[in-house]
Ligand binder design. Structure first.
Ligand code: BGC
Length: 274
């Protein structure tokens, strides 16, 4: 019987996405939103297999397609193997969301080399390694017009701290500043292959990474001083933008950063004059 459904075809139908660090926080919400938009989604995780499997099950329960893939994004071999598994299971990749990231905060004079290296290797080297594998496959395969006007889309999860210096977080701010240049250079260099690269720069979003900043009413009050729009962000605020950036709705956009931060970038200290 022909379908009588009046539902429009979801915007990412037939596309295959990989979201790194998709077992929690922003990555999880992005994975769920991409799946709801019709993409098959690979849920990358490094340690929490149980959480990753739960995300997979939730997506499947909603009628979507997902699988969990283990890899430490800072390890070249593991990244290679993750891409090989995804491509052998689903044929190719159309969307990479470079999301995995962490913080190891310390006062500058006390920051250890381990803290520095850990943050740079996951937040920056991890994005490089995953984007390089994705680009290789996008270039090999080229544009498939039935799927998308682009040969592939890379979305980098950056932060307002690609622009706002952050005391006690020199490693994190440096990693996100690096992500900005990595993304822009990829966008410039890969446009000739019809590959788009863009970033999302979230402000304060309620996730485990910054729980201490919004958990108690006092902490939240302090945090809201930095957010003109006067609410802490939700992961869905970011996920909606990721779907749009992954889709042909944003086809003419490359090399851009979408700040989604309730106005955190607007020098909130100047709200009452200067
Ligand atoms: C950090 C959060 C922080 C937010 C705003 C994010 O990139 O991971 O811990 O709350 O920036 O400062």
């Amino acid at each position: 019987m022909p379908s009588t459904s009046t539902q429009p075809t979801p915007i990412l139908t037939g596309q295959r996405a990989l979201v790194t660090g998709a077992n929690s926080g922003i990555g999880k919400a992005v994975a769920q939103a991409l799946a709801a938009a019709g993409a098959a989604v690979a849920i990358n995780y490094v340690a929490s297999e149980k959480d990753a499997r739960q995300v997979v099950e939730e997506i499947q329960a909603n009628g979507g397609t997902a699988m969990a893939l283990n890899a430490d994004v800072s390890m070249e071999e593991q990244v290679r193997e993750m891409f090989a598994s995804m491509i052998s299971a689903w044929g190719s990749i159309d969307i990479l969301v470079n999301n995995a990231g962490l913080q190891r905060d310390a006062a500058f004079q006390e920051m250890t080399l381990d803290q520095w290296n850990k943050v740079l290797s996951v937040n920056l080297t991890g994005q490089f390694l995953c984007a390089r594998e994705a680009a290789r496959e996008f270039i090999r395969r080229g544009v498939v017009p039935e799927l998308s006007a682009a040969a592939g889309k890379i979305i980098c999860m950056s932060s307002v701290h690609q622009a706002i210096p952050w005391a006690r977080h020199a490693n994190y701010a440096a990693s996100k500043g690096g992500v900005m240049m990595l993304m822009q250079t990829m966008a410039q260099e890969l446009a000739q292959y019809h590959i788009r690269a863009n970033s999302i720069a979230p402000g304060a979003i309620k996730t485990p990474i910054n729980q201490s900043a919004w958990q108690t009413p006092e902490a939240e009050r302090e945090l809201l001083k930095l957010i003109p729009y006067n609410r802490v962000g939700e992961t869905t605020d970011i996920a909606r933008a990721a779907v749009w950036l992954a889709s042909d709705q944003s086809d003419y956009m490359t090399g851009a950063t979408l700040f989604i931060d309730g106005g955190m970038m607007l020098y909130p200290g100047f709200r009452t004059g200067g």
